[in-house]
Write a protein that binds this ligand. Structure first.
Ligand SMILES: [Zn+2]
Length: 410
C-alpha cells in the first residue's frame, strides 16, 4: 500500500470506528405504572403578530403558506389562563395535575434596533426583557411564571432563536435577495416564514435543501447553546434540565454540546417509537410517541389515534410522551385553541378513567425517578437496543425514511 492510499484509508477507518461505536447497546427503561408527559415547543417565539400583519403578508405574496408552522403567532396571557384552567381540572392517582413541558425560545429579533442599524446588525431581544414593540402581549411573562409556580408548566430549553442565526447575520451583511427578504419580513415584525425564507432553516442547521448538509459546527452549536442557557438562567433562575432542538434538527455534535452544557434530558421528535434510553453522552432521550396537534391536523379521528398511540406505549411500559406545540393554544391568528383545549381535556379524562394508577410527570420527575432507582433495579432494566442506537445517530431525514420503511414512523 502506498502512502497516498494509506492516507485515504484514514477517514474511512475513522468512519468505521465511529459507526461501530454507535452500534453499542444503549440502556433503555420501562415503567411499572402508566406515566404521561406533555411536551410543547415554541413558547416565547414570535411568528406573525396578528391577523392584520398576516393579511398584509398575504397581499404582498410573501408566503405561499405551504408550511403549517408559518401560521405560528405568539400566545397571549389569556391563552395561558385557559390552558391552566383545563390542567387544573385533571389529577393523577397521586392527586397531581399535569405539568406541561414548555420548550422556550429565549430571544426574539429586536426589529426596531435592527432597523436602526440600517439592517446591518441583527439585534436580539431577550425573552426576559419582553417582546418587540410591534407585538402586544401584556402580562405574558407573568403568566409563564404563574404557571411555573403552580407546577402546571415545566420550563425547558428549545433554543436561542429557532432559525439559524449565522444564516440570518450573513444574509444581512451581504447585498442580495436574502437580505431583501429579511428586511421585508422584519418591517412587519416577523422573524421567519419557512415557505418564504427556507434558507434560514433551524437553529443548528441552515439551508432548505432536503439533503443539504448544512449543520453548524460543534463549536458554533456550543456557542449558541451556552448563550441560550445564560438567557434561560436569567429568565427562570436556574439552568434547564431538559432540551429539544428546534425542528428536532440535532446531530451528534448537538447532543455532545447539550451534555457539556449540563443538559440531562433530550426530547426527540415523534418518528420512531422507542423506550427512553441513555446515549453515550449520558443524556436521557425521551422519544415522543403521541401526536396531539389539532392546529396541524383537522381529521376527525385525531383524538382516537392519539389514544391508540398512548395505549400502544403503555402496553410496552413506556411513558406516554405527547407532542402538542404552543401554536395549538394560540388565539391571535386562528380560532383553533378551543378545539385544542377540548381535545386535551378529553384525552386526559379518557386516560384517567382507563388507568387508575396513572402518573403525570415532567422530564425532571422522570429523570429523578430513573436516577433514584437502585443500581440493581436500573440494571434489571438494561436491555440492548442496537438498531435503535444506530438509528438515533442518523440525520432526521434518514431517520424519517427508515421509520417509514419499517412502518414504525407516522
Ligand atoms: Zn420548534
Amino acid at each position: 500500500m502506498n502512502s497516498a492510499s494509506a492516507h485515504s484509508m484514514v477517514p474511512m477507518l475513522k468512519k468505521l470506528h465511529r459507526y461501530l461505536r454507535l452500534l453499542q447497546p444503549v440502556v433503555s427503561f420501562r415503567f411499572p405504572h402508566p406515566v404521561v408527559l406533555l411536551h410543547s415547543d415554541d413558547w416565547g417565539l414570535g411568528g406573525i403578530p396578528d391577523q392584520a400583519v398576516y393579511a398584509r403578508l398575504d397581499q404582498k405574496g410573501l408566503s405561499t403558506w405551504w408550511y403549517p408552522f408559518d401560521k405560528h403567532s405568539l400566545e397571549t396571557a389569556q391563552d395561558l389562563q385557559e390552558l391552566y384552567a383545563v390542567l387544573n381540572q385533571h389529577h393523577d392517582s397521586r392527586g397531581c395535575c399535569p405539568s406541561v413541558v414548555f420548550n422556550f425560545i429565549l430571544a426574539n429579533v429586536n426589529f426596531e434596533e435592527t432597523a436602526a442599524s440600517g439592517f446591518r446588525k441583527l439585534v436580539l431581544l431577550p425573552l426576559y426583557e419582553g417582546f418587540p414593540a410591534s407585538w402586544h402581549r401584556p402580562g405574558l411573562l407573568e403568566a409563564y411564571r404563574q404557571g411555573i409556580e403552580a407546577n402546571l408548566v415545566y420550563p425547558a430549553l428549545h433554543g436561542l432563536t429557532h432559525f439559524n442565526l449565522l444564516a440570518a447575520e450573513t444574509a444581512l451583511a451581504q447585498k442580495g435577495e436574502q437580505r431583501s427578504q429579511l428586511i421585508a419580513l422584519y418591517e412587519e415584525g416577523v422573524p421567519q416564514l419557512y415557505s418564504y425564507t427556507p434558507w434560514l432553516g433551524y437553529e443548528f442547521r441552515a439551508g432548505d435543501g432536503f439533503l443539504a448538509d448544512a449543520w453548524a459546527t460543534f463549536q458554533q452549536q456550543s456557542q449558541v447553546i451556552t448563550r441560550a442557557i445564560e438567557l434561560f438562567k436569567h429568565t427562570f433562575g436556574h439552568e434547564p434540565t431538559s432540551a429539544c432542538a428546534p425542528g428536532y434538527r440535532a446531530n451528534d455534535d448537538t447532543f455532545r454540546a447539550f451534555a457539556r452544557s449540563g443538559v440531562r434530558v433530550v426530547q426527540d421528535g415523534p418518528s420512531i417509537r422507542a423506550a427512553p434510553y441513555y446515549d453515550r453522552y449520558g443524556l436521557l432521550h425521551l422519544p415522543r410517541n403521541v401526536v396531539l396537534e389539532p392546529a396541524l391536523d383537522n381529521t376527525p379521528d385525531l383524538l382516537e389515534r392519539a389514544l391508540q398511540d398512548a395505549e400502544y406505549a403503555m402496553a410496552r411500559k413506556w411513558p406516554v410522551v405527547v407532542t402538542i406545540h404552543s401554536m395549538n393554544f394560540q388565539s391571535a391568528l386562528h380560532s383553533g385553541s378551543s378545539r385544542t383545549l377540548t381535545m386535551l381535556d378529553d384525552f386526559l379524562t379518557t386516560l384517567e378513567q382507563r388507568h387508575a394508577d396513572l402518573c403525570y410527570m415532567h422530564d425532571g420527575d422522570l429523570l429523578d425517578l430513573i436516577e433514584s432507582s437502585s443500581p440493581r433495579v436500573r440494571g434489571a432494566n438494561r436491555e440492548p437496543l442496537m438498531p435503535i442506537s444506530a438509528y438515533w445517530s442518523m440525520q432526521p431525514e434518514a431517520q424519517h425514511a427508515i421509520g417509514q420503511h419499517i412502518r414504525r414512523s407516522r
